[in-house]
Design a protein around this ligand. Sequence first.
Ligand code: ACO
Length: 170
Amino acid sequence: MSISPNELLFPASDIPASVKASLGPDLELRPLAVSDHARGHFELLTVLTAAPNIGQEAYIDRFTYMQSCPNTYYTVVIVHKETDQLVACGTVFVERKFTRSGGLVAHIEDIAVSKKMQGRKLGLLIIKTLEELGRQAGCYKVILDCSKDNIPFYEKCGFKHKEYEMVMYL
Ligand code: ACO
């Protein structure tokens, strides 16, 4: 099914062609689309954490807000062409700092690969895409939080361990 450019979170041309070329012919890598609620986005996110379905209307509201913040939210998805369902996704968002001469920091969030597609290097491909989007946006670093179990995966993606995460639930 073809999706028009204004239905995408950011321009598809921002995704490097070299990344797309390394995907198998059964898969497509593209920006999140407003219609991806119907392509199993929430089912996919449950491999990551509790992700109750917020419904199509709230999904469109959240998508529209993100789309209205230029050069800030980049969510990419991998679609299984035959089923037209999402099988992987990930987000990078750009934080604008006062420090570092008004530098930009890329935050990677919500990486998920469906169970049946894990081990096919889709996670790696999503991270490489997000890293490149952060670089293109002008960020000087990219950071993320993960569980201890996922440290080897992120090391293979080129990250190194630094600092500790703190949390306070509100
Ligand atoms: N422990 C050790 N090595 C791992 C792990 C792991 N948990 N996961 C992947 N790897 C290795 C692979 O073996 C592979 O190594 P190789 O290049 O030597 O063969 C390399 O990392 C790349 O693996 P991929 O095939 O790209 O990994 P995959 O597509 O399965 O995605 C992911 C990895 C994202 C962790 C996936 O398993 C997943 O969705 N898990 C559940 C959700 C989750 O934990 N998401 C990350 C949360 S953190 C965040 O969002 C910032």
